[in-house]
Design a protein around this ligand. Structure first.
Ligand SMILES: *Cc1c(COP(=O)(O)O)cnc(C)c1O
Length: 358
């Protein structure tokens, strides 16, 4: 018997999704975003499976260093950049591209020298108000970067869209106008869109696209599934029925007795809890796929277990496999029941859940 709970990772689906993204991206090149342990899918193994992506992006220095240590030779963009001399030296050592989004980071480059070791992606804040130089400050930032004693190997310009998942693309269009104005006349390559920007309704031209979620076969949109775009789920979270019990009407299940049976019910106890990354915010009614049917979770998620009402499902017994999300049960659908987004579910898979190749 395999492990009670495991996340099965379908690297073929990952490669398939990369191809779908490539077709969508047209002439833009792809930066595969593999931050947060490749959205829970396993940083190194995911990156190795799509090495031909040509470029990767990570959020943290350590993630970039892990990719290099695994022998990945492609361009790696460090999305948050570096903040100290030792980080700068580590990044240089590992040939990481740096995002520069704050004046402190330019200062660091001025003080430490050796900027010629880097390709720099200057980030312009076009309305998200998270990272990046305002269009006005960007002018000065670019000037300082161009005056660095040792000129960076390359300069590229980027921004990030705040509302690309919204059907009404008004905010996105506004951001695009700001970006176009800020970069007017400059010949540098650019990067703008994430998954939602790539698959959304607004046409966005740039040299590089930065998809994350779509690679893993999930949709960033509330009103469209990944399948609508031809994307396939990469992670399927599977677990196992530990026991099945029959309960009478009026009996309650789990901590706090939070759910009460209204009829004679068969309850399957499944080995998946918040200790595995199944959030406690999963409500009664969250679907679990068992014997190819959706059955509702009932009561509270505990650390190691959930309870599922399988009254209507034939053949459920100790050892039966259940799908928490993935193939047959889109993670987007499940996320809605926890008032969260697929991103959070995927990257919250905990250490004790083994990732198994399909
Ligand atoms: C995470 C991230 C992405 C990828 O976003 P998805 O919505 O997963 O496609 C792209 N760009 C930046 C700057 C990011 O932080």
């Amino acid at each position: 018997m395999s492990r009670l709970i495991r996340a099965v990772i379908d690297t073929q689906a990952l490669r398939h999704n990369l191809n779908v993204i490539r077709a969508r991206a047209g002439r833009s090149r792809v930066i595969a975003v593999v931050k947060a342990n490749a959205y829970g899918h396993g940083l190194v193994s995911a990156a190795l499976a799509i090495q031909d992506a040509g470029a990767f992006a990570v959020a943290r220095l350590e993630e970039g260093m892990s990719l290099r240590a695994a022998g990945i030779d492609s361009r790696i963009v460090l999305l948050e950049g570096v903040f100290s001399r030792s980080q700068l030296e580590d990044a240089a050592q590992d040939r990481l591209d740096l995002v520069v989004h704050d004046a402190k980071q330019i200062e660091l480059l001025e003080q430490c020298g050796g900027a010629s070791r880097f390709a720099l992606w200057i980030k312009i804040d076009t309305g998200m108000n998270r990272l990046g130089f305002s269009p006005r400050d960007f002018v000065g930032a670019l000037k300082r970067i161009r005056m660095l004693e040792s000129a960076p190997r390359e300069i590229r310009l980027m921004t990030h869209l705040a509302c690309a998942d919204e059907r009404d693309g008004a905010v996105t269009r506004e951001q695009l106008v700001r970006f176009a104005e800020a970069t007017q006349g400059l010949k540098f390559e650019t990067s703008i869109v994430n998954s939602a920007g790539l698959f959304g309704g607004t046409v966005v031209g740039s040299n590089w696209v930065r998809p994350g979620l779509a690679l893993y076969g999930a949709s960033p949109f509330a009103d469209a599934t990944a399948a609508d775009f031809g994307l396939r789920p990469v992670m399927t979270l599977l677990s196992t029925v530990l026991t099945v019990r029959e309960i009478q009407p009026g009996e309650r299940v789990g901590y706090g007795g939070a759910w009460t049976a209204a009829r004679p019910s068969r309850i399957a106890i499944i080995a998946a809890g918040y200790g595995d990354g199944v959030p406690r915010s999963f409500e009664t009614g969250t679907p679990v796929l068992i014997k190819k049917q959706r059955a509702p979770l009932v009561g509270r998620v505990s650390m190691d277990m959930i309870a599922v009402d399988v009254t209507g499902v034939a053949g459920v017994e100790v050892g039966t496999t259940a799908t928490l999300w993935g193939e047959g049960l889109p993670v987007e659908e499940v996320a809605r029941h926890a008032h969260t987004i697929p991103y959070e579910l995927l990257c919250s898979i905990s250490q004790r859940v083994p990732l198994e190749p399909r």
